[in-house]
Ligand binder design. Structure first.
Ligand code: SF4
Length: 340
């Protein structure tokens, strides 16, 4: 059996789990409970069950409280409620839309772009977003054992052109802080690495994730820190999220946001403008607006390119340049994101 420990964890069995870990363990993981908690009528259940079979539901309470009950069109609910459309398989929608399997020189490491590599620091997420381009990712094949992490670190040590390590997943912050502190310590001992980038949705989904343990290793590292949050709608940014962002900034973290342009969720000029304004109030700069990657199960979220371009053109009339996210697509084989 493969050793599943990502990084040695010597916590005693009586370990008291952090608040965010308890919240995550209590997340809703079945469609019936989600529909009941939000007072949705039973007609949503069959579709939710179909989608759930393809990609399990996961919604923590801290996120659920931002969803309006009795409203099947709530923009946050639409991101997490499985629907029968996920079973449709239109041409061109595949399980690995970015062909990441082609770029994994060692387990748990993806090297696509010059100067930076991505490490799969955790196979888990705090929420399962229905449009996720990694909804079919073979995490079980990419959860390195401790020895295999050494292979990934050796890869980083050997390539002096690398200046940035990107922690991804899953959600890298779903790993515990001992694991992450160990990994970051290994990274900061590699002299040519300058930056640590963390792609995460956890500070948004469970703001209590930004606790003293996380802030401790973040503040201590010599690496420059960039956190790319993933927020698609202004309703996701409540006071708890703003407070979490403030704490991260105090620890020296540069905060950026990437969104996905999603049909029925944020595909209007006013919604995108409000999102950018709200992000800035929270101390976060809009960075990317991605079109949906053609992953099986997410075709119903797609906004065609011409419509996306028109939206962004109109958005320019409402926002100062520094609040404009860049509209991009990720094209397999390209050496960077492709602006639209
Ligand atoms: S948090 Fe990120 S990786 Fe996890 S399901 Fe959502 S989009 Fe995918």
């Amino acid at each position: 059996m493969q050793e599943n420990i990502i990084i040695a964890d010597k916590r005693p069995s009586t370990q008291i789990y952090a608040s965010w870990q308890r919240q995550l363990s209590q997340a809703i993981r079945d469609p019936a409970t989600l529909c009941k908690r939000l007072n949705l009528d039973d007609s949503w259940l069959p579709g939710a069950a179909t989608g759930h079979q393809l990609f399990e539901i996961c919604v923590p309470d801290a996120y659920l409280t931002r969803i309006a009950p009795n409203d099947p069109n709530d923009p946050l609910l639409r991101q997490v409620l499985p629907v029968s459309d996920e079973a449709s398989t239109p041409q061109g929608y595949v399980t690995d839309p970015l062909e990441e399997a082609e770029h994994q020189p060692v387990k748990g490491l993806i090297h696509k772009y010059a100067g930076r590599v991505l490490l799969i620091a955790s196979p888990a997420c705090a929420i399962n977003c229905r449009y996720c381009f990694r909804r079919h990712f073979p995490y079980s094949d990419n959860s390195p054992s401790r020895a295999q992490w050494q292979e990934a670190l050796d890869y980083l040590r050997a390539d002096t052109t690398l200046h940035e390590a990107i922690l991804s997943g899953g959600d890298p912050l779903a790993a515990n802080d001992r694991q992450l502190a160990w990994l970051v310590e290994q990274l900061e001992n590699i002299p040519h690495l300058k930056r640590l980038r963390i792609h995460t949705r956890l500070p948004v989904v469970i703001p209590d994730r930004v606790d003293d343990a996380l802030l401790g290793w973040l503040a201590a590292t010599r690496l420059q820190k960039v956190m790319v949050l993933h927020i698609n709608h202004a309703n996701e940014i409540d006071q708890a999220v703003i407070d979490a962002c403030t704490r991260l900034k105090q620890a020296g973290v540069t905060l950026l946001n990437q969104s996905v342009l999603l049909r029925g969720i944020n595909d209007s000029v006013s919604t995108l403008a409000t999102l950018s304004e709200r992000l800035f109030e929270a101390g976060v700069l809009p960075y990317y607006l991605h079109v949906v990657d053609p992953v099986q199960g997410a075709a119903h979220f797609d906004v065609p390119d011409e419509e996306a371009k028109t939206l962004v053109k109109q958005l320019l009339e409402h926002l100062p340049g520094f609040l404009m996210p860049r509209l991009v697509r990720e094209v397999p084989g390209k050496t960077s994101k492709t602006p639209l």
